[in-house]
Design a protein around this ligand. Sequence first.
Ligand code: NAP
Length: 285
Amino acid sequence: MIKKLCIIGVGLIGGSLAMALRRAGYCNEVIGAGRSAERLQKALALGVVDSFSTDLAKAVADADVVFVAVPMGAMAAVFKQIDGHLKPGAIVTDGGSAKVSVIEDAKANLQQSYSQFVPGHPIAGTEKSGVEAAFAELYKNRRVIITPTKKTNELAANAVVSMWQAAGAEVESMAAEHHDMVLAGTSHLPHLLAFGLVNCLFENNNSESYFRYAAGGFRDFTRIASSDPVMWRDICLSNKTALLDSLGLYQAELERLKDAITKDDADQLLSYFQSAKESRDKFNF
Ligand code: NAP
């Protein structure tokens, strides 16, 4: 149970957590914080927060848990602004999509309460942004990964696990480096492929025809290309090493395909697709 929860960045991820915890009766009061009073006013009108402030230091002052859900590139500045203003024992956690860089940002800027910082990442989301897109069920039966460091206080980590469970999620713990490698392959790379495909097809003179004949598969595959550009710029730069590794592996696969097609190598193509199908069919998801 959380007495006062502060959400910094009341968008899709932060707003949905507030809504889920309120619905579960897991927190008494929610204060929202961010840059824009107008957008925070919307969060208030929608009943996502009870109050708000654009002064982050004031917003966190008597919060028991602070959830930071801003774009990755804004994490360091947010930590800097709240450091020294948290009440003793307050827990800070985040929802950022890459973990090694957030941990570095927290270590450099959250000096007084670094041991109370629990890095986290909900594996849930949509291509929509902003508080209008938030909904209480976003985390229901979804996974949340926490990546505690050697310095992370165990009680703080346990409290964050309980918070996510109250929001309906299943929580797993792993090393930040492992998280970043796995998410680079399963989330960050697929987003880049979708962005790349859309640009490849629509930045030429035939874009009208492509739009007209785009079928369901294309729509499904490229839906994520309408995700927030700022968020994805920041994710790429924050998970640079793991993402470059994934991109390199994928480029090698494209070369293998290109080579087989160039050589009219039917056997190679068939075994390539069979092997992918077998791997995919092993997972029932
Ligand atoms: P969002 O809907 O755009 O919300 C971001 C929020 O951060 C907004 O309320 C924005 O409000 C605030 N913000 C932006 N820059 C800020 C700054 N410099 N200082 C303070 N507040 C700032 O984005 P989101 O999808 O919730 O993503 C938030 C975080 O969750 C990101 O780190 C993202 O990587 C991660 N994440 C996203 C997904 C997803 O599918 N969307 C899934 C998992 C994790 P103001 O503009 O009013 O400041």
